[in-house]
Design a binder for this molecule. Structure first.
Ligand SMILES: [Zn+2]
Ligand SMILES: [Zn+2]
Length: 368
């Protein structure tokens, strides 16, 4: 099977996060047909392993692709269009999986490398807690010295034949914030007998958004306080998102949110509970790996665009927390459309570059 056939099969049969049962069965069968050792990981994922012909087999490189789709009704007119109503590969994960398959087949054919190569077909990138955390919770690389985890993501802002690489912090952590205020509601005219929950939530929102800075994005998108002109409600609520680019900044904002909540409680005499639903950690690329990847790409005739950090989140951050890692963007051209839309269709011509980039970089690190 070619990578493109593999990709089209997965595109035609998309499955939502952590429900990738048929996708998993298809991947296991395709790998076994190529004689590649593989097993189930993280529930609905697949872990493949290929040992090199020489070198220290305890030294490893891990290639990662995500495999989940999104709850979107596909509106593309292609013969391999989604056959599952309301589910669509609209983030390019079908392509990521297919390129990983292509790279693994190549390594299986040309085993002239040192160490051990792992391939992770990872479930559930799109929803918390993220399949990456589930993969790592199983410790599948225990006993191995992991020299690099590498992943790629299609990107319509880059042209076909280009890769975008960012040394260091690349993508943001992503947390959901919820604020719950409660106090004595009542007649708005009797100020002495009520706790001003509305002013309290408003004050908390202003304090929260004032935490925005060069290393943090904090936005509140919803406030609920359902009183009336003359009614102060007993409860008020607000929710938002928080993105940071490193762990210390994230912890610093958490502490400030807590301090602000205590200050608001004191000032208005209300109770204010802050609920933080922790999302993915930031994606931090190993700086040396990033620069080596730039050289490898250039050697392969792939155009390198050095990228700055972006406030998007990716569960690949979990790998970067634990191992030297590299996550880069693969150009698929503006014609591919916007990801997470019903008409997103990354150009398959980009796959050749993605496979070559991942293969060459893995080989470079394995044989080092
Ligand atoms: Zn996505
Ligand atoms: Zn994605």
């Amino acid at each position: 099977m070619t990578s493109i056939e593999f990709r089209r099969h997965i595109h035609r049969h998309p499955e939502l996060s952590f429900q990738e049962y048929n996708t998993q069965a298809f991947i296991l069968e395709a790998l076994r047909a190529e004689g590649i050792e593989c097993r189930v990981v993280a529930g609905t994922g697949v872990l493949a392993k290929i040992e090199g012909e020489r070198g220290n087999l305890k030294r490893a490189v891990v290639l990662r692709a995500d495999i989940d789709a999104l709850p979107i009704v596909e509106q593309n007119a292609v013969e391999y269009c989604s056959e599952r109503e309301g589910v669509m590969h609209a983030c390019g994960h079908d392509m990521h999986a297919a390129m990983l398959y292509g790279v693994l087949c190549r390594f299986k054919r040309e085993r002239n490398f040192e160490g051990t190569l792992f391939g992770v077909f990872q479930p559930g990138e799109e929803v918390n807690p993220g399949g990456a955390s589930k993969v790592l919770a199983e410790n599948p690389f225990e006993g191995y010295d992991v020299a690099m985890v590498i992943g790629q993501h299609v990107d319509a802002r880059l042209n076909i034949g280009e890769v975008g690489i960012c040394p260091g912090v690349f993508m943001a952590s992503n947390d959901e914030l919820r604020f719950y205020v409660s106090g004595r509601g009542g007649h708005a005219a009797r100020r002495a007998d009520i706790d001003d929950t509305v002013s309290a939530i408003a004050d908390m929102v202003v304090r929260t958004t004032s935490l925005n800075g060069p290393d943090a994005v904090v936005s509140v998108g919803k406030i609920v306080a359902e009183g009336a002109t003359n009614v102060i409600p007993a409860e008020a609520y607000a929710e938002g998102t928080m993105r940071t680019f490193d762990r210390e900044e994230r912890e610093r904002i958490y502490a400030l949110l807590d301090a602000n909540a205590r200050a608001v409680e004191e000032r208005y005499g209300v109770a204010l509970r802050v609920d933080i639903s922790r999302g993915y950690p930031s994606v931090t690329n190993d700086v040396m790996l990033a620069y080596e990847a730039m050289i490898v790409a250039s050697d392969e005739g792939i155009v390198v665009r050095e990228m700055g950090r972006i406030p998007m989140a990716e569960d690949f951050g979990y790998y970067t927390e634990r191992y030297p890692a590299l996550f880069y963007r693969l150009g698929v051209g503006a014609e591919s459309g916007g990801s997470h839309t019903a008409t997103f269709l990354p150009d398959e011509r980009a796959m050749e570059y993605g496979e070559r980039m991942m293969w060459r970089m893995a080989l470079h690190i394995l044989n080092k």
